[in-house]
Write a protein that binds this ligand. Structure first.
Ligand SMILES: [Zn+2]
Ligand SMILES: [Zn+2]
Length: 266
C-alpha cells in the first residue's frame, strides 16, 4: 500500500516556513507519495493580527504556487487547501475565505485560546506559567468543539495541540475530548493524525493514542499530516502514524476533492 496523502503542509508565504510548493512536491515524489495537499495558514481578518499567517495580498500567489507545483509534478495529485484559525466571532471572515477559491478542503485549527494568546507560540511560553493548564485545556477543547460544530471545516487539525510544551492538567481531561469527539461525529468532520508533535517537546503524534482510539470508536474519519514547514518534513514519521491508526482499528483514510470526501483503503 502506498502511504496515505500528506494533507498538511506550509510554505514560505506564512513567514515561518521555508520553501515553495514545487520543492515539497519533489520531496513527496522522492518518498513515493501519490497525493499531497497544501494547507497554508489562512490570511487573518487583519494582516497585523500576528506575524505567522499568510498575508491577504499573498493568497493569489499561494494558489499560483500550488498550480506551478502541479505543472512541475503531473503524476502527483496535489490538493489545494488552507489551515484556518477558528476564532469565535470570525465565522464570516472564514466564510469569505472559503468562497475565494474552490478549495479541496479546509482544516480547522485552534491555536488561539484568547484574542491574543496562541498557545503553541514558543515566544509566548511564559503565558503557560501564569495559568492553570486545566483551564487552558478547557478553553482549548471548548473552541475545538465549537469549530467542529461550526460546519466551516472538513478536517480538524492537531486535536491535542495544547500538549505541545508538556503543560498537562492534573485533573482528568478525557471528558473534554469526548465532547469534541461527539461534535466531530455529529458534524461529520474528519480529524488528522499529525506527526509534527513528534518533533516538539511532547514527543507524541497529535492527538495521543487514547484520543485516536476514541475517534475510532466514534467512527470519525481520519487524514494524515506532517505539518511540514520545510520540504524535508514532508511525509515524516508517516509509518508511525499509519501504525497508530491501524492499531486503533482504522482501515481507511479519506481523500478530499472540492470539499467532497471519499474513503481510501489504508
Ligand atoms: Zn505553522
Ligand atoms: Zn496548526
Amino acid at each position: 500500500m502506498p502511504l496515505p496523502a500528506d494533507y498538511h503542509m506550509h510554505t514560505v508565504l506564512c513567514r515561518h516556513a521555508v520553501g515553495v510548493p514545487t520543492e515539497y512536491a519533489a520531496q513527496a515524489v522522492r518518498l513515493g507519495l501519490t497525493e499531497i495537499g497544501f494547507s497554508e495558514h489562512n490570511p487573518m481578518i487583519r494582516d497585523d493580527y500576528d506575524d505567522w499567517h499568510m498575508l491577504q495580498a499573498d493568497l493569489d500567489t499561494y494558489v499560483a504556487n500550488v498550480e506551478q507545483a502541479r505543472r512541475d509534478h503531473p503524476r502527483l495529485t496535489i490538493k489545494l487547501a488552507l489551515e484556518v484559525d477558528y476564532i469565535p466571532g470570525q465565522e464570516d471572515w472564514i466564510r469569505q475565505l472559503a468562497a475565494r477559491h474552490p478549495w479541496d478542503y479546509l482544516i480547522g485549527a485552534v491555536h488561539y485560546v484568547s484574542e491574543s494568546w496562541d498557545l503553541d507560540n514558543p515566544k509566548k511560553i511564559s503565558e503557560w506559567k501564569n495559568r492553570d493548564p486545566f483551564e487552558v485545556w478547557t478553553v482549548y477543547f471548548e473552541r475545538l468543539t465549537m469549530a467542529a460544530e461550526s460546519g466551516l471545516f472538513d478536517i480538524m487539525a492537531h486535536a491535542d495541540l495544547c500538549k505541545k510544551f508538556c503543560f498537562y492538567p492534573k485533573q482528568p481531561w478525557m471528558p473534554m475530548v469526548a465532547q469534541f469527539m461527539k461534535a466531530a461525529k455529529s458534524a461529520d468532520v474528519a480529524m488528522e493524525l499529525n506527526t509534527a508533535g513528534l518533533r516538539k517537546d511532547c514527543r507524541e503524534i497529535y492527538p495521543s493514542r487514547s484520543i485516536v482510539d476514541l475517534a475510532a470508536q466514534h467512527g470519525v474519519p481520519i487524514t494524515f499530516a506532517s505539518d511540514a514547514h520545510a520540504a524535508g518534513e514532508v511525509g515524516m514519521n508517516f509509518e508511525d502514524a499509519v501504525a497508530m491508526a491501524k492499531a486503533a482499528g482504522y482501515t481507511e483514510w479519506c481523500r478530499f476533492t472540492r470539499r467532497k470526501r471519499e474513503p481510501v483503503k489504508l
